[in-house]
Design a binder for this molecule. Structure first.
Ligand code: 13P
Length: 473
């Protein structure tokens, strides 16, 4: 593949190191966050040209910098030493560059880090951190049930149920009404209709979720559109224009976290598609935090295509690198976000199938290359994998400690057997809820690395692949 150039970190091609971008300065800030020994008395941010000033800027997160991790998951303490060394090395490079730019009399871009002091979400900082903590408790993941009315309708039609508001309500109250769901799913991502909907017996759907220990979340992107200036068939994701107003209202309605899904394909993606995805996700994340919603950042690397697992790996690293650079540019507080990546697999049309150990190996290596340890949780999408496949892959990723909570935010891979068991009939509701609980419990075990397919007593439907080409949400 010919090297790509401008506008992105150099390090995203051919596994080079990031050089000459704001990313190194961001990484320097990350290095500071990882090393409490660097904390000094409060220094104002105004001189942002040298590392000391950067330390002053960073210090405006007194709690985040304390020696004790704020978010007490075992994963956050398991900081990879390799990552720390890499981050420190980049920090040194940033410091050198800072000196050079001072000599040249240029305004240092370290100033950008000053906007990362969390000012945009100061009012909500503690709440954002406690929402993240609840969503990343050991053994917990997220139920994604935010299909648009059209996509939900397709799922309902697959079991012979008409796509009406009443039927979507019946289906979604079946999911949210599952007693004990919160033991395994700390949150559920809702579509706007569900956030404002009442149950059949007149209760708010959000109250039903909370009763069962589930924090309501909300899908806030408003869908994909063809990307003008990109390659044929590429998309961008819209929804930023009125996002501040909408997230303010969603918070009032009870949502405490949000999701924004955009897509990048592996082969033949344009620079523009990657940078536009990153721009949208970072702006979205900062706006959500300013409204008290924890943003789930989801650039879905599409499974569609004939690409190899190595090509997927390259695109994954490239895309997430650019996403984190944009997050630094827009001052996103990384301790208050969650990620929703796809797993690194061969393309659906490649004719190659990778086993769980290979997928886990590729995915964890890709994550370790690009995801700062400050990020608390990584909640995978299932992308059309069968229910059992998605559980096995998650389990394989949790066989040794990770710097982050590695968990699930599945839709199809949590709902499939439940939907078939329900079949649109009220008398099946209890049985369907038992299936949801079984699936969620299996994934909870996988989050802890303790899922055993031999004793799991899985249904035949849990083995069905659910991949659909060009799947829209
Ligand atoms: P799947 O788990 O069905 O891929 O959906 C998750 C999701 O939220 C995609 O955006």
């Amino acid at each position: 593949m010919p090297p790509r150039s401008v506008g992105r970190p150099a390090g995203v091609q051919g596994h080079k190191v990031f050089i000459g971008t704001k990313l190194e300065e961001f990484c320097f800030a990350m290095a500071m966050l990882s090393q409490p020994a660097f904390v000094t008395p409060l220094v104002p941010c105004q001189n942002a040209r040298n590392p000391a000033a950067l330390r002053g800027a960073v210090q405006q997160f007194p709690k985040l910098l304390s020696a004790e991790p704020l978010i007490a998951t075992p994963q956050t303490s398991a900081l990879g030493s390799v990552a720390v060394v890499a981050v420190v090395a980049l920090g040194v490079a940033a410091a050198r560059r800072g000196g050079a730019s001072k000599r040249a009399g240029r305004k240092s871009r370290v100033a950008t880090c000053a906007s990362a002091c969390g000012k945009h979400c100061a009012e909500y900082k503690e709440e954002l951190l406690s929402t993240v903590k609840a969503l990343t408790n050991p053994g917990r993941g997220i139920l994604a049930m935010d299909e648009s009315n059209g996509t939900c309708g397709l799922r309902l039609e697959s079991i012979g149920v008409e796509n009406t508001e009443q039927n979507r309500r019946r289906w979604r109250e079946t999911l949210l009404g599952t007693k004990g769901l919160g033991d395994y799913c700390g949150g559920a991502i809702l579509f706007t209709e569900t956030l404002y909907q009442d149950t059949t017996d007149g209760k708010k759907m959000t109250d039903l979720a909370k009763q069962n220990g589930v924090i309501p979340g909300i899908k806030v992107d408003t869908g994909l559109l063809p990307l003008v200036g990109g390659n044929e068939g590429e998309n961008w994701c819209r929804g930023l224009d009125d996002l501040k107003e909408r997230t303010t209202e969603f918070y009032k309605a009870g949502a405490r976290f949000a999701k924004w899904r955009t897509t990048v394909r592996v082969r033949n993606h344009s620079d523009l598609a990657v940078s536009e995805a990153a721009h949208g996700l970072a702006r979205y994340a900062a706006i959500c935090q300013s409204s008290g919603l924890v943003p789930i950042i989801e650039p879905e690397i599409l499974l569609d295509g004939e690409h190899s697992i190595d090509e997927n790996f390259e695109t994954f690293v490239e895309t997430w690198s650019v996403v984190f650079k944009a997050c630094a540019d827009f001052g996103v507080m990384l301790e208050g976000v969650l990620l929703k990546p796809s797993m690194v697999t061969p393309g659906a049309q490649s004719g190659v199938k990778a086993d769980a150990a290979t997928i886990a190996d590729y995915t964890l290596r890709a994550l370790k290359k690009v995801v700062p340890p400050a990020v608390p949780g990584i909640m995978f999408l299932s992308g059309g994998q069968s229910e059992v496949e998605a559980t096995l892959n998650l389990n394989a990723m949790n066989q040794s400690p990770n710097p982050w909570h590695i968990s699930f935010s599945y839709a199809r891979a949590l709902q499939n057997t439940t939907l078939k068991t329900w079949a649109g009939k009220d008398e099946n509701q209890v049985a369907a809820q038992a299936k949801l609980l079984q699936r969620a419990a299996a994934n909870s075990k996988a989050q802890l690395g303790k899922y055993d397919p031999k004793t799991a007593d899985e249904d035949a439907s849990a083995l069905e692949g659910m991949y659909v080409k060009d799947y829209s949400y």
